[in-house]
Design a protein around this ligand. Structure first.
Ligand SMILES: *Cc1c(COP(=O)(O)O)cnc(C)c1O
Length: 223
């Protein structure tokens, strides 16, 4: 795909984000567009950076480590978010590389992240992933365990958790999953909500998303 195509799709997504905010009577500056660049190489990412996009999401530590140091050297104001599952043995690399981690979902990972955050003196934004559809193959804390897990993160591991993330089941309407995630966040005093992807970010914004993770609508279909 060409550079021009990449940034015109970005313009369309930005317009849709602003429209969704207006419809929801929300301030567009309260919604961060995370451009999900997984599987795309630097050639596809450069035009999106050139169009002033500064927040990017990746789902694998190794892929991000290979792609981003060079891009960030040229653009130090870029923020990199990890949106995919994280193995505890990669916590060290993840804390070094990412400004936000959207996939905190178990005690062993909380422990590993806490250790690295202290050691490296870094402060990544942390989101707990909620498995709102209770899908066995999917990562995330079950909704009924969310409050207790959050308390453990705070009290046992001294982690500052800023928000919740969810990925609704593919074959269901996303709205109820976004609403449930927003409700769990509200009762726990969490301000940030990472929810909404290319197909449903407007719905997510209507239900309070502060971070929408949009890949294919910006970069095109993944091969
Ligand atoms: C790939 C991915 C996205 C982006 O998906 P699109 O449908 O391409 O917008 C968002 N969130 C997560 C967790 C992903 O893995």
């Amino acid at each position: 795909m060409t550079a021009i195509a990449g940034s015109s799709r970005l313009d369309d997504v930005r317009t849709e984000v602003v429209r969704a905010c207006r419809d929801a009577r929300r301030d567009p500056t309260d919604v961060t567009l995370v451009a999900v660049s997984k599987t795309f190489d630097a050639d596809a990412i450069v035009p999106v950076i050139a169009a002033d996009q500064r927040v990017f999401g990746e789902n694998r530590v190794q892929e991000a480590k290979a792609k981003w140091p060079a891009l960030r050297a040229a653009h130090p104001d870029i923020e990199l978010h990890l949106i995919g599952p994280l193995q505890s043995n990669k916590a060290k690399e993840a804390v070094a590389l990412f400004d936000a981690i959207h996939s905190l979902d178990r005690v062993s990972l909380a422990e590993a992240l806490a250790k690295e955050i202290q050691k490296q003196n870094r402060k990544p934004l942390l989101f707990i992933e909620i498995n709102t559809g209770a899908e066995p193959q999917k990562a995330g804390v079950l909704p009924q365990n969310a409050d207790a897990f959050l308390t453990a993160c705070r009290d046992k591991y001294n982690l500052l958790v800023s928000g919740l993330m969810c990925i609704p089941p593919q074959d269901e309407a996303p709205g109820p999953h976004f609403a449930l995630t927003a409700k769990i966040a509200a009762r726990n005093g969490l301000k940030l909500l990472s929810m909404g992807m290319s197909a449903d970010f407007a719905t997510a914004i209507a239900l309070g998303a502060t971070h929408v993770r949009v890949g294919s609508a910006i970069f095109g279909a993944r091969g």
